[in-house]
Write a protein that binds this ligand. Sequence first.
Ligand code: GAR
Length: 188
Amino acid sequence: MRIVVLVSGTGSNLQAVIDAVASGELADVQIAAVGADKHGTYGVQRSAAAGIETFVVNFKDFADRGEWNHALTEKCLSYAPDYVVSSGFMRIVGEEFINAFDGTYINTHPALLPSFPGAHGVRDAMAYGVKVTGCTVHIADAGVDTGPILRQEAVAILDTDTEETLHERIKVVERRLLIATLADLAAK
Ligand code: GAR
């Protein structure tokens, strides 16, 4: 199963996938490429260090969102992936991308969707005062963090938590769920 992984940041979840491929836990998964929406991400850096092909479709290089979305779609299609995985990819992709990867665009989110979608899922859950949050792996559709849920797990919010400590605990679970999801999909 060929995947393209998209990142905007540190790519620590991506690193877990890279490690799982290397260790044989995801023996049937091949990371065809890792792409980012901006230059200088650690996610791309660590992928290149692991010998994985990387690309940047820099949002700021395009006149409008539609042109960027077209370039991203074409670039991802060029790797003929079975799935595209958003692993902390913080840009909303447009209809052209969603249509090209209909049902095969996987996203992870650090909250129990449909609660707290968007760029600040951890912060928003804390601000609301919920006592339990978690993470979700789902098939992404044209909405913001919407689409059929594949896996989900709860994480308790502690009185002592900061956004950073909570997000780190969520990410530990997120990595496990993402790897399990990819293993499921590869076995199909
Ligand atoms: C992850 O928690 C991911 O769920 C989140 O960004 C983090 C990326 O961490 N994505 C979203 O919030 C998307 N709405 P990483 O770069 O260390 O893997």
